[in-house]
Design a protein around this ligand. Structure first.
Ligand code: FAD
Length: 392
C-alpha cells in the first residue's frame, strides 16, 4: 500500500473528471475532498458520446447499471456529406462491435452522467464535496500540499489533483504554459423533444454531417426521448482568435450550401449561446511531487474523437490504481502521468487531424469522400487502438 493511507486527497474541480476521481479513490478506501469553484455542482444540459473504453471505466467504478438505465445505445455511427447528402461510411455498433471491444458504445446526457457519479460517491465514508471553493494556489513539501481557496480558506492534504478543466489554475502553477490554443471553431448546441424532429431516418444512430468549415452531430438522449444537436463552424476570424464576430448569422452563412435537411437541423440548436473551442499540444510534466493534473486540465482536446470526458474517466481509474499499487505516492503520480501521457497526447493530435477531415474544403473534400467511401465495410481500424483495453 502507498505511504499515504491516512492522508486526504484534495481534488480541485467537481466536473466529470473530479467526481470520477473522488469515486475511484473512495472505492480504494482513500479520503477525498473535492473543492468546486461553482456555487452548485452540475453539468451543462447537452450530450456526451462514450466509447466502449469509457463504459469499461464506469463498470470498473461500479456504476455500469446506472449507466445502462440512463444511456441510449445507438445502432451505428454514420458519416454523411453535408453538401450532397451522400452517406460516406458507417460503423455498426451492434453485437460484432461489442464482441470486439468488450463493451457497448453509448450516449448520455452530461447531467445524468455527472449525477450518477455524484450519487455513487457523495455518501461514501471519507468523502467530502464542497462548493464555492475556487482553488487559488498551493504549496507543497515532501509530505503533502497546502491549498488556498479564493475565499481565503486553507486545506492540507497528502496530494492535490487538478481536475479544474480547460483553464486550470493547478496547471498554471505546475506548467506555466499560458492559455489554451483557440482552435478557430465555435459550437452551438440544442436539445429538443423527439416530436419536433421531422426527419427520423437516423433516429437510432449517431449521425455526423461533414462539410466545408462545418459539421453537425445528432443523437438521442434520455431513453431516446430527446435529440441532442451540435453545430460547429470555423472561419478566418475565429482562427485569428476573434471570437466576437461569429454569431448565428455567420453560422447560417457557412451552413448555406448544405442540404435542406442539414439546414433544417440547424433550427434545433440554440442561437443564444455558443462555445468557443480550445485545445493544447501534448505536454509532459503534469505530475510534480504531490501535485498532478487530470482530464481537460492535463490534456484538453477537440471533440472530434468524442473522448475528452472518456479520457478523464480513464485518468481517474488509472490514477486511483497507481496510488494503491505503487508504494511511494510521488512515484505513483509519476507512473500515472507516464501511463496516460502518450495515449491522451495521441487523442489531442488525432482529434485535430479528424477535424481537418470533417471540415475539408474543395479538392480536400473530394479526396476525403473518396477515401472514406472506400473504407472496408465493418472496419474499425481507425479506433482499434483507442477502444481496445488500456492497462488498469
Ligand atoms: P470540466 O468539465 O471543465 O470540469 C472542471 C470543473 O472544475 C468545473 O466544475 C469547474 O467549475 C471547476 N473549476 C474550474 N476552476 C476551478 C478552480 N480554480 N477551483 C475549483 N474548481 C474549479 N467528451 C467525450 O468524452 N465525449 C463527447 O462526445 C464529447 N463531446 C464534446 C463536445 C463539445 C462541443 C465539447 C466542447 C467537448 C466535448 N467533450 C466530449 C469533452 C468533454 O466535455 C470534456 O473533456 C470533459 O467535460 C472534461 O471534464 P473535466 O472534469 O476534466 O473538466
Amino acid at each position: 500500500r502507498s505511504d499515504t493511507t491516512s492522508g486526504e486527497f484534495i481534488v480541485a474541480g467537481g466536473g466529470i473528471g473530479g467526481i470520477a476521481t473522488a469515486l475511484a479513490l473512495a472505492r480504494q478506501g482513500r479520503k477525498v475532498r473535492v473543492l468546486e469553484r461553482a456555487a452548485e455542482l452540475g453539468e451543462i444540459g447537452y450530450g456526451l458520446q462514450l466509447g466502449p473504453n469509457a463504459y469499461r471505466m464506469l463498470e470498473h467504478m461500479g456504476v455500469a447499471d446506472q449507466l445502462k438505465d440512463r444511456a441510449f445505445f445507438p445502432n451505428n455511427l454514420v458519416m454523411i456529406d453535408a453538401i450532397d447528402g451522400r452517406e460516406l461510411t458507417r460503423m455498426a455498433l451492434g453485437s460484432d462491435f461489442q464482441a470486439k471491444f468488450g463493451y457497448p458504445y453509448s450516449v448520455i446526457h452530461r447531467s445524468d452522467l455527472h449525477q450518477m457519479l455524484l450519487d455513487a460517491v457523495r455518501d461514501m465514508p471519507g468523502v467530502s464535496i464542497e462548493t464555492s471553493k475556487g482553488v487559488q494556489g498551493f504549496t507543497q513539501n515532501k509530505d503533502g500540499v497546502e491549498v488556498t481557496c479564493e475565499d481565503g480558506s486553507v486545506y492540507h492534504g497528502t496530494a492535490l489533483i487538478g481536475a479544474d478543466g480547460l483553464k486550470s489554475r493547478v496547471r498554471a502553477a505546475l506548467l506555466d504554459d499560458g492559455a489554451p490554443r483557440v482552435a478557430g471553431q465555435v459550437a452551438y448546441r440544442g436539445v429538443v423533444p423527439m416530436e419536433e424532429i421531422t426527419d427520423t431516418t437516423h433516429a437510432d444512430d449517431v449521425v455526423l454531417w461533414v462539410g466545408p468549415n462545418l459539421h453537425m452531430v445528432q443523437y438521442r438522449l434520455r431513453g431516446g426521448k430527446v435529440m441532442n444537436n451540435v453545430a460547429v463552424v470555423e472561419n478566418d476570424d475565429l482562427r485569428l482568435g476573434r471570437t466576437d464576430t461569429i454569431g448565428p448569422d455567420e453560422m447560417e452563412r457557412i451552413f448555406a450550401p448544405c442540404t435542406e435537411n442539414v439546414r433544417k437541423n440547424l433550427g434545433y440548436v440554440r442561437k443564444d449561446r455558443n462555445w468557443v473551442l480550445y485545445d493544447r499540444d501534448p505536454k509532459a510534466g503534469w505530475s510534480q511531487g504531490r501535485a498532478t493534473l487530470l482530464g481537460d486540465a492535463a490534456h484538453p482536446t477537440l471533440q472530434y474523437m468524442a473522448q475528452g470526458a472518456c479520457m478523464a474517466l480513464e485518468d481517474a481509474a488509472v490514477l486511483a490504481n497507481k496510488i494503491t499499487t505503487v508504494p511511494s505516492l510521488d512515484q505513483a503520480l509519476l507512473d500515472y502521468e507516464h501511463a496516460r501521457y502518450l495515449r491522451t497526447g495521441r487523442i489531442q493530435l488525432t482529434s485535430r487531424f479528424f477535424c481537418g477531415i470533417c471540415h475539408a474544403v474543395g479538392g480536400a473534400r473530394d479526396v476525403r469522400n473518396s477515401l472514406v467511401e472506400s473504407r472496408p465495410k465493418g472496419s474499425t481500424f481507425e479506433i482499434d487502438w483507442l477502444y481496445s483495453g488500456i492497462e488498469l
